[in-house]
Design a binder for this molecule. Structure first.
Ligand code: NDP
Ligand code: HSE
Length: 449
């Protein structure tokens, strides 16, 4: 049998007809994976899955996939409203017109599969309610961590656990950049241009490097892990664009890697959600996740730590997640809507509106780099100032002055401390006469419990 030919696993069911909004990196990957693995996918779904109608802006543009047998249009609404389309895949990106198209598809009772984390993070609560009301679904496995089936793992595989916290490298572009800067000494802009060429970056790459994409994804993971509504606006976000190579170097000397980490933890009084560059002990598996790879560490009370690793971006890996959703949709189309896996892991009337902690209330370790004058008593003043705030120093390195200015770097790691206290301590350190440049502060996570 030739590649792509299908011995229909269940000839009784007609093919599932897919409308595809977007034929770029992910859309092209979806057509390729559906074509290449048609036989296996049909055996798993119980029917063939065919892309019958697709939209793009420029129909003359070169594509990474074959388009034979697919009706093409520049008007995505034609695809959504085509009565011969059973399910919609939205891989255009952006808020407009994607939001309007998805809403129309749901109004028509059509299941929607999307890789659009920005849209889910901002409008997911409303989209899920609309899907529920119309007896259909919005599936979004590809929206978080590319090809890693992390939504399914948390929502289904860990359903017996109380999830305490999760931490993830959830932006492939950012990790690709950090790795190449560290290992190859390449410039930020050079590596970013390569990530764009490889199709990893968002249409606006500042989403990747400023942590916005990571915050979109973290808000989705936290909502599912803790059974709460999506709260993107409450995620504390810092990017990697201001990260200095010397901090990467000093962190390594202290036994740490700097990763752009998303972190969410449930506390008695609320939930913390934050995305920022973070020092991770180099012996942790997460510290060794490099290039475009993503990984998410999830801590459940019953299972303990579990780690999920794989490609975080790119055509085929992302298509892997989209097609898995498609197979799920094909399997559940005949199931009673009230007995499907809930969008946010808990049944809709059990979603609880947990408070989000302010950054002042989070507790973590800190990396501080101070640029100081090379004169007697500097170290003593720094140590005294930190002691006044009850801050315990865990490790310290002092470097030689690198130029005639006699400015030298002092790098400190502290034990965990409330962020509000650390902010006050940094203000006092900054006011010391010997401190002659803005203090660099990074957060440290040991990721043990
Ligand atoms: P691309 O830019 O490669 O593709 C977008 C596609 O949508 C293109 O075919 C484009 O048409 C079409 N399109 C965009 N706007 C319109 C419009 N207004 N009307 C009609 N067609 C339109 O994006 P990606 O495939 O990289 O990303 C798609 C989505 O998947 C985004 O939400 C992204 O965040 C998400 N995602 C991407 C990943 C990746 O690795 N790239 C991984 C995980 C999620 P044309 O080609 O003619 O310009
Ligand atoms: N731009 C995103 C990333 C795509 O680099 O992780 C995958 O969501």
């Amino acid at each position: 049998m030739s590649e792509g030919e299908v011995t229909n696993a269940d000839a009784a069911l007609p093919p599932l007809r897919v409308g595809l909004l977007g034929l770029g990196t992910v859309g092209g990957g979806v057509v390729n994976v559906l074509t290449r693995n048609a036989e296996d996918i049909a055996r798993r779904s119980g029917r063939r899955i065919d892309v019958v109608h697709a939209s793009a802006r420029n129909l003359g543009a070169p594509r990474i996939c074959p388009l034979n047998g697919i009706l093409l249009t520049t008007n995505p609404m034609d695809v959504v409203e085509n009565p011969n389309v059973d399910v919609i895949i939205e891989v255009m990106g952006g808020m407009t017109p994607a939001s309007m198209l998805i809403r129309r598809a749901l109004e028509l009772g059509k299941p929607v599969i999307t890789a659009n984390k920005a849209l889910i993070a901002h409008e997911g609560n409303e989209l899920f309610a609309l899907a529920q009301a119309k007896g259909t679904v919005v599936a979004f496995e590809a929206a978080v961590a590319g090809g890693i089936p992390i939504i399914k793992a948390i929502r289904e595989g860990l359903a017996g656990n109380r999830i305490e916290w999760l931490a993830g490298i959830i932006n492939g572009t950012g990790n690709f950049i950090l790795t190449a800067m560290r290992d190859e000494g390449r410039s930020f802009s050079d590596v970013l241009a390569e990530a764009q060429k490889l199709g990893y970056a968002e249409a606006d790459p500042t989403f990747d490097v400023e942590g916005i994409d990571g915050a979109h994804k973290l808000s989705i993971l936290a909502a599912i892990a803790f059974g709460m509504p999506l709260k993107f606006d409450s995620v504390y976000t810092e990017g990697i664009s201001t990260l200095k190579t010397e901090d990467v170097r000093y962190a390594r000397e202290l036994g740490y890697q700097i990763k752009h980490l998303g972190f969410a933890r449930r506390h008695e009084n609320g939930v913390e959600m934050r995305v920022h560059p973070t020092l991770i002990p180099e012996r942790r598996l997460l510290a060794n996740v490099d290039g475009v790879k993503n990984a998410v560490l999830v801590w459940g009370d019953a299972v303990g730590p579990t780690l999920y690793y794989g490609a975080g971006a790119g055509a085929d890996p992302t298509a892997s997640a989209v097609v898995a959703d498609l197979v799920d949709v094909a399997r559940t189309l005949t199931a009673d809507p009230n007995h499907r896996v809930p969008h946010l892991a808990v049944v809709p009337d059990q979603v609880s509106d947990l408070p989000i902690l302010s950054m002042d209330d989070i507790q973590t370790g800190y990396y501080l780099r101070l640029t100081v004058l090379d004169q007697p008593g500097v170290l003593a003043n720094i140590a005294r100032t930190l002691a006044d705030f009850g801050i315990n120093i865990e490790a310290m390195i002092q470097k030689e002055a690198s130029d005639e200015t006699l400015h030298l770097p002092i790098v400190l790691l502290t034990h965990p401390m409330r962020e509000a206290i650390m902010n006050d301590a940094i203000e006092s350190l900054q006011a010391l006469d010997e401190v002659c440049a803005p203090i660099v502060r990074l957060r440290v996570e040991s990721l043990v419990s």
